[in-house]
Design a protein around this ligand. Structure first.
Ligand code: ATP
Ligand code: MG
Length: 226
């Protein structure tokens, strides 16, 4: 098997509330490969979002480390981590966090512009992605003028515009009805296969998880043996 693109090593995460310590992740070792779709499942509160945030360098582990293409997060500077997050990782959250005053096209272009892409190229990339996601006629609409499913697809396009190596999705269809959720996941799957992303999705939806290459179960702060 090829080298993993991303791996966690003995990741422990504790939260402190007043004097109480909550042990959320109790030693997570897991590897992910390019071109592979992994679904992470497990009961509410088990630490799925916590793990996803740590894998995407949005949060720090209490101990342990994450390694991307052989490079440890713990030795990266804040600046390197921020470049890594904007260039190499695409995030899709349960609630999309689109910017209300901008159009769909502008929302999708934004990460490309921030990463230093020229405007014309950002526009054409954003148009292409929105087109693939079936939103061609909606590109000039603002989020409030879009349905929930359409907003979520815009959020997906925004996560993919910089052609990340890793795509992390936390319950991307969580607040959508079943049909709309399925449509969204079909599109995500197709794009993940086409582009060969390392795609990690947290979901409660077992049907969706069933279409992944691999299902990882979390229990009591750990990954269950596969
Ligand atoms: N910032 C925080 N401070 C304190 N405790 C936290 C914090 N964030 C999460 N937790 C706790 O850590 C545990 C794991 O939370 P997490 O959000 O990772 O669960 P989850 O598996 O994603 O659950 P769900 O399926 O409901 O989204 C929970 O018990 C939660 O209360
Ligand atoms: Mg969660």
């Amino acid at each position: 098997m090829s080298e993993p693109i991303l791996k966690s090593e003995a990741v422990i995460k504790n939260y402190h509330i007043d004097s109480t310590e909550i042990k959320v992740l109790k030693g997570v070792d897991i590897e992910f490969h390019s071109g592979e779709i992994t679904a992470i499942i497990g009961p509410s509160g088990v630490g799925k979002s916590t793990l996803l945030n740590i894998l995407g360098a949005l949060d720090y582990p209490t101990s342990g480390d994450v390694i991307f293409k052989g490079r440890r997060y713990s030795v990266m500077s804040e600046k390197e981590l921020s470049t890594f997050r904007s260039r190499s990782v695409g995030f899709v959250f349960q609630f999309h966090h689109l910017l209300g005053e901008f159009t769909a096209l502008e929302n999708v272009m934004m990460p490309a512009l921030i990463a230093g892409e020229n405007r014309q190229k950002a526009v054409s990339k954003a148009e292409e992605l929105l087109d693939k996601l079936g939103l061609t006629v909606r590109i000039q609409h603002k989020p409030s003028e879009l349905s929930g499913g359409e907003q979520q697809r815009v959020a997906v396009a925004r996560a993919l515009i910089n052609e990340p190596n890793i795509v992390l999705a936390d319950e991307p269809s969580g607040n959508l009805d079943q049909d709309t959720g399925r449509q969204l996941s079909d599109m995500l799957w197709r794009l993940a296969r086409e582009k060969g992303y390392c795609f990690i999705i947290v979901t409660h939806n077992l049907e969706l998880a069933g279409h992944a290459d691999r299902i990882v179960r979390m229990r009591d702060g750990r990954i269950e043996p596969e």
